[in-house]
Design a protein around this ligand. Structure first.
Ligand code: ATP
Length: 566
């Protein structure tokens, strides 16, 4: 397919904020996508592979600036100064390539296959001495681009397409394209198939061949699925009301979610709830799975919890979360920050899918294949009861054991991947916390000079598929000056600097990517922030590198918290 056709659609999508219009534009476009072009669906989401694939383009803004300078034949400084004026390097590329084209340069016709294969090549170039090659490759593509093509090439490289398309938009568009008379049912089927196998190009192809083909999409150990999420309840009584009596209560472990896969050939893979493949980061967990799970192939849902190797005391999430992103010193980190795996659900066993079976059956089957070994791999502590008194005692025990509270589960419910349904509830002691994304920051002074030290937090808006963010306050507390257990200023500064999109004086705006958990005292109405609310005395408690952006708290959650406090 011609890359210019894709860029035309990018332009149309970027020109409207209305979700239905976006779906109409996408459906028209998808009708023209042939089977051998199906990978353009990745490009529509700004990716080169299914979103769970760990391979990223991984290009720094600096490299893009240098490539642009080379292609346009001007200095890096000039590009930086244009970028400061315009605020989007993609638009800078468009402008500069326009000027260059006016001076009469020939360009060939780029195809989407060429873009995908070159960018995949680029992603493979790693290590010292590859920077020059990367610059040459990008400059080559830019020189062959029309202005608008250059704009989107730069935006793809910087993982910032700015067209407001979420995977949910694309899923609805697929339903619209192939099943215009049956959109509602088709949309649910597309969603379900995608939850089981989140490869958008594969789902697109299945949909082309009919609803029956979508129904055939099934779990496959090694390709991750979206985890089922929990609704919040405020008391044991409310828990019973939602899931009925008796109910299953389990410790809510304060760690991070790991989806464990073992395929028929014995390959083990681990995925976070963002569907990041973290197998390499957890060799210890891989060996526990080999030793303590007695089955040929399976998919198991679990929570990995950190503990102090000396005192054996369980530690909060933040103390081990750094292991998720770790790329070096893996064995040492595993020793210094050991985790215990607490398994709690079974989705597939020896080739058979379990997700359609009642929870009670899944948990029984799971418990049969697990050999419990404390501090390595154990089944989640569980109580099945219809007694409020017993459940309360169990809740207190969980808190005494340094865990977050309880999960309350419906005995008869199926597993619904990717959904926050009332089959599984979370119950925590009364304290208010929210997961929010950082959208801006300010450089500190004095001891904190050189660090970003105050951070603007935002929730997701409930409109446009959650792709917009609304500010709810500023936070500077809870962050450490020393590199210690916990979140430090240095760490946040290093994470945020590459995401800066605009700076004026000490203030910067950043791409919404870094998520933090905060606790706070109160929510107030406030004209200062565009959400209309402000958090009073917020404090950062954890960095949530495990959580996807579309699962942060929304304006509705803030409104609900505000309502509840009154
Ligand atoms: P929170 O921020 O409140 O921890 P969350 O946004 O991380 O919640 P939720 O889905 O809302 O995630 O809460 C459920 C999470 O609790 C699960 O994603 C899982 O990681 C964790 N968890 C711990 N113990 C269990 C358990 N026994 N069963 C299911 N989930 C558990």
């Amino acid at each position: 397919m011609r890359y210019s056709e894709l860029c035309k659609v990018y332009e149309e999508l970027g020109a409207t904020t209305k979700r239905l219009e976006k779906i109409a534009i996408l459906s028209e476009f998808l009708k023209k996508v042939r089977e051998n072009d199906k990978e353009v669906l990745y490009l529509l989401l700004g990716n080169l592979y299914p979103s769970y694939d760990p391979r990223e383009i991984g290009i720094s803004t600096q490299t893009v600036i240098k490539a642009l300078a080379k292609a346009a034949g001007i200095s890096d400084e000039k590009i930086v100064s244009e970028w400061k004026k315009i605020g989007d390097l993609g638009q800078v590329a468009e402008l500069l390539i326009t000027k260059k084209k006016q001076s009469g340069l020939f360009h060939g016709e780029l195809t989407t296959e060429k873009i995908i294969s070159d960018l995949r090549e680029l992603a493979k170039m790693q290590g010292k001495g590859t920077v020059g090659k990367k610059i040459d490759l990008i400059a080559g593509l830019l020189s062959n681009s029309k202005p608008v093509e250059a704009k989107y090439l730069v935006r793809i490289l910087l993982a910032d397409l700015r067209i407001g398309v979420q995977d949910s938009t694309l899923r609805d568009s697929i339903a619209d394209t192939f099943f215009p008379d049956n959109k509602k049912i088709a949309s649910e089927k597309v969603q379900h198939a995608y939850d089981l196998n989140p490869d958008i190009a594969l789902i697109f192809e299945k949909a082309r061949h009919g609803l029956k083909e979508l129904d055939k999409v099934s779990l496959k150990p090694g390709s991750p699925i979206k985890a089922m999420l929990a609704q919040k309840v405020d008391s044991i009584e409310e828990g019973f009301e939602v899931v009925g009596k008796p109910a299953v209560f389990e410790y809510k472990y304060d760690g991070f979610r790991l989806m464990i896969n073992k395929d028929e050939k014995g390959n083990i893979s681990l995925f976070t709830r963002r569907l990041d493949n973290v197998t390499n980061q957890f060799p210890d967990v891989v060996s526990f799975i080999r030793e303590f799970v007695n089955a040929k192939s399976f998919m198991i849902d679990s929570e990995a919890v950190g503990y102090d190797p000396k005192t054996k005391k369980y530690l909060p999430f933040q103390s081990v979360s750094q292991r998720i992103k770790r790329k070096y010193d893996i064995d040492k980190t595993a020793k210094d920050f050991p985790v215990e795996l607490n398994v709690f659900d079974l989705l597939m066993l020896d080739g058979e899918s379990y997700i359609g079976r009642p929870f009670i059956e899944r948990t029984k089957a799971l418990r049969k294949i697990i050999k419990n070994k404390e501090y390595k791999l154990v089944c989640a502590k569980q109580l099945i009861t219809d007694s409020e008194k017993e459940a309360k005692l169990f809740f207190n025990k969980a808190l005494k054991d340094n865990q977050e509270g309880l999960m309350v589960k419906n005995l008869n419910a199926v597993y619904k991947p990717g959904s926050r349904v009332g089959y599984m509830l979370k119950l925590k002691p009364e304290h208010r916390d929210l997961d929010l994304v950082i959208v801006g920051a300010e450089y500190g002074t004095g001891k904190r000079a050189g660090w970003l030290s105050s951070f603007i937090l935002a929730c997701k808006s409930d409109k446009h598929g959650g792709g917009e963010f609304l500010e709810v306050g500023r936070v500077g507390t809870g962050i450490k000056e020393k590199l210690d257990i916990g979140v430090s200023f240095l760490e946040l500064t290093n994470l945020l600097k590459p995401l800066i999109t605009k700076s004026s004086g000490k203030e910067v705006k950043v791409k919404p990517k870094i998520i933090v958990s905060v606790i706070f005292q109160e929510i107030q109405k406030s004209p200062t922030y565009n959400s209309g609310y402000a958090l009073r005395f917020p404090r950062v408690t954890a960095l949530r590198m495990d959580k996807p952006l579309n699962e942060i708290n929304s304006l509705k959650d803030i409104e609900r918290e505000y309502g509840e406090q009154k």
